[in-house]
Design a protein around this ligand. Structure first.
Ligand code: SF4
Length: 505
């Protein structure tokens, strides 16, 4: 393999001059517009609040059990930093080890190439239907649509992914893709879309799970090709690892004769010892469990046991460019636990669809613009209050707030480079700087500002005139007081206010 890591896109032998395939990473509409629609959906907000509150409490309970949790986080962060620093070497080692054990490794620069590779592999097997383990990277590249275009049906086997697929919907959470649906809505989807379901199906969770189980069993037993993502790939031995909770993954990974696994290049880790750290961090941070109910690992092909054809597709799709940005690089350490989504006050109110990308929440707000280029997801780095809750819970200590600020700066610089017309924000800031650099001008502005009292409604100003209108769309401004501090001081003390030497007030 020719290494293509650590170089800006376009400079490596493997980088293409064709537009990068972004798959399902780019939103149809900017976050503010999508968020406004989501906020108007009270059912969605109730579903989200209930689910995130439950998962948050579970996570907090099991994390508190470990006295060395902070040390584990430090270890996870250090392993990821070491891996990313030598990513090209670890990937080459992984390729060697997988190949030596009978697997085949494919390299994909972008979504288009990855879809092409997988589609050709499935087509060559003659299968018209594949079973899939829940995999966010295959959502990223839009694999199901690409397979459908080739006449191949991809059947999602994770319960939540199945709900999303049958509902002709999109996932809204990394871990709980159907978090926006309640039980009654799920029952309705099953009754409408599952041909073989009992017409008397109730919305009791066990009944819904049983209906899905019966529906999927036939698919598992007839599938010739399974498709998965990869949670971790151990370079030392070429071992691939998938963790899940329902056992559907184990079926997909063991029953079909061909297994195709798509993996973002950042998922490699150097050794088995490193895997031990992540298998403690991930379940506690994601589902609030001490260990994952199913941890499947496979190392190449074992004659007579499990899939006899194993393919690993290593996907770049913007990761090389992200790696080349030292300030944004830690975002590639993400192990997709979704803890940052569950604590985010923005995510909890708008849900995942508003982000317009398969990576929602705080991690999506940095990862999606990094993978597509910030100009294609420009509104996402602003979808945060910068409260820092995401940083506090992240098991690999990604400083998401700092990266959000970095992405905002990149967006501003890109916009500035593309247009000589200053933005309304730049004009406002320049004007504020001019006013505040003179005591006399500042005092005059305060006096003028009192005119703002005329805009007050119910004790606040909810709509400012241009160029401040955009700022006040989602915020209330306080009503200016009748009297400024300077005036109060002079009235009370009968003298110019402290520190003043001119008569600007
Ligand atoms: S950024 Fe951290 S908390 Fe968020 S999904 Fe990734 S690993 Fe989990």
């Amino acid at each position: 393999m020719s290494t293509f890591l650590g170089m800006p896109a376009g400079s490596s032998p493997r980088a293409s001059t064709a537009p990068r395939g972004v798959g399902h990473l780019r939103g149809d509409q900017p976050f503010p517009a999508a968020a406004r629609l989501a906020l108007a959906d009270s059912q969605l907000r109730r579903n989200l609040a209930k689910a995130t509150t439950t998962i948050r409490a579970k996570r907090a309970r099991v994390v508190a059990e470990l006295p060395d949790w902070e040390e584990l986080r430090e270890a996870g962060q250090a392993i990821k930093a070491r891996t990313l620093a030598g990513l090209d070497g670890y990937l080459e080692q992984l390729e060697r080890e997988v190949t030596a054990r009978g697997g085949t490794v494919h390299w994909a620069r972008d979504a288009t190439e990855a879809n092409q590779i997988v589609t050709e592999l499935v087509a060559s097997s003659g299968a018209k239907e594949v079973v899939k383990v829940k995999s966010i990277v295959t959502d990223e590249i839009g694999l199901n649509d690409a397979l459908a275009d080739a006449g191949i049906q991809a059947v999602e086997t994770d319960l939540a992914e199945l709900i999303v697929q049958l509902g002709h919907d999109r996932p809204s959470h990394i871990l709980v893709p159907a978090i926006h649906k309640n039980r009654a809505e799920i029952r309705d989807i099953f009754l409408r879309e599952m041909g073989d379901v009992d017409a008397g199906l109730t919305d009791v969770p066990a009944a819904l799970a049983e209906a899905a189980r019966l529906h999927l069993r036939r698919k598992f037993l007839s599938a010739r090709v399974g498709i998965s993502g990869v949670n971790f790939a151990v370079a030392q031995t070429g071992t691939l690892c998938v963790v899940e909770s329902e056992g559907n993954g184990r079926m997909c990974l063991t029953l079909p004769s061909t297994l195709i696994s798509v993996m973002g290049i950042e998922k490699v880790i150097p050794t088995w010892a490193d895997l031990g750290v992540f298998l403690q961090l991930l379940p506690r941070s994601s589902t609030g469990e001490r260990m994952n109910p199913y941890t499947s690992m496979w190392t190449g092909v074992t004659p007579g046991d499990g899939p006899q054809q194993i393919h690993l597709v290593l996907l770049d799709n913007g990761r090389t460019a992200a790696l080349a940005d030292p300030a944004g690089r830690p975002a590639l350490s993400c192990i997709r636990c979704s803890a940052c989504l569950n604590v985010c006050p923005v995510y909890e109110r708008v849900g995942g669809h508003a982000y317009g990308s398969v990576y929602p929440g705080p991690i999506g707000a940095i990862l999606s613009p990094m993978l597509t280029g910030v100009e294609d997801n420009a509104s996402l780095p602003y979808a945060s209050s910068l409260c820092g809750a995401c940083y506090d819970v992240c098991p690999v200590k990604i400083d998401i707030p700092s990266i959000l600020v970095h992405m905002r700066a990149r967006h501003v610089e890109t916009a500035r480079a593309q247009s000589w017309v200053p933005s309304s924000e730049a004009v406002t800031m320049a004007a504020a700087s001019w006013v505040m650099s003179s005591a006399a001008r500042f005092a005059a502005a305060q006096r003028t500002g009192r005119v703002g009292r005329l805009l007050a409604r119910h004790g606040v100003i909810d709509r400012l005139p241009p160029p401040l209108r955009g700022w006040s769309r989602a915020r209330d401004a306080p009503v200016p007081p009748r009297e400024t501090f300077r005036q109060w001081w002079r009235r009370e003390r009968g003298a110019a206010e402290p520190g003043r030497t001119d008569d600007g007030a």
